[in-house]
Design a protein. Structure first.
Length: 234
């Protein structure tokens, strides 16, 4: 579904990504793990069209998307649920969700999609007229995920969904991500919570200093001494 070949990205004279090669197959959860500053967000911003690569290619469903605008990439079927949620805090919950259906194809079926989102997150239905700023951190994450689903994506990029959440809410969010995969949405998950991530992902890649340091099945990474020492504290 998604193929990245030899991707290099700079911020001015500083190189952020070095020759990244990555594939995501349909129906998978593929995780990108790594510490702060490893290049995870730069990678997803490049896929989403928010950062332009210096060299390399990004292909989605056999179509090159590097160089396309973010809205064109959304139209093709990629949704980006950003780190920090980035909600429209002065808008109601329903208005936030409808903003996710801004593309022409999604707008036509927004009522049907909205009902599906409300089934996934009943609390959003109960509070749909409230401002987004009145929600708890966990509820705001649900709203951000629901807004991302409103574009009816084929591939959903979820950037640091556990950030700032209590442990119980983190477990709930990861179960929701797993259920999305079970419903046929391919997931590219960006996370620092390595233990929880490796419990639900099919494959994982480790970014360190802008380079792809390790990749493999989650079992292979859990068995890696480097992962156990550097990320799991074992």
């Amino acid at each position: 579904m998604l193929q990245i070949n030899n991707l290099n990205t700079f911020y001015g004279r500083i190189q952020a990504l070095w020759d990244i090669c990555l594939t995501v197959d349909e129906g998978e959860i593929v995780a990108i793990i790594g510490a702060n500053g490893a290049g995870k967000s730069t990678l997803v911003h490049a896929i989403s069209g928010l950062v332009q690569p210096t060299s390399g290619t990004i292909t989605f469903l056999n179509q090159r998307i590097d160089g396309l605008s973010p809205n064109a990439i959304v139209e093709l079927g990629i949704s980006h649920i950003p780190e920090g949620r980035r909600l429209f805090t002065e808008m109601s919950i329903r208005e936030n969700l409808e903003m996710g259906a801004y593309s022409s194809g999604a707008w036509k079926v927004r009522k049907e999609t909205l009902e599906h989102v409300y089934q996934l997150f009943p609390i959003l239905k109960e509070r749909e007229k409230q401002q987004a700023t009145t929600l708890s951190g966990g509820e705001q994450q649900m709203l951000a995920m629901g807004r991302g689903l409103m574009s009816r994506p084929k591939l959903c990029i979820i950037d640091e969904p556990s950030n700032g959440l209590a442990p119980k809410l983190v477990s709930d969010v990861f179960q929701i991500i797993k259920s999305l995969r079970d419903q046929g949405i391919t997931i590219l998950l960006i996370e620092q919570n390595v233990h929880q991530t490796l419990q639900i992902a099919d494959r994982a890649c480790v970014l360190e200093n802008g380079r792809l340091a390790l990749e493999g099945t989650c079992k292979e990474l859990l068995d890696s001494e480097h992962i156990r020492k550097a990320y799991l504290g074992l």
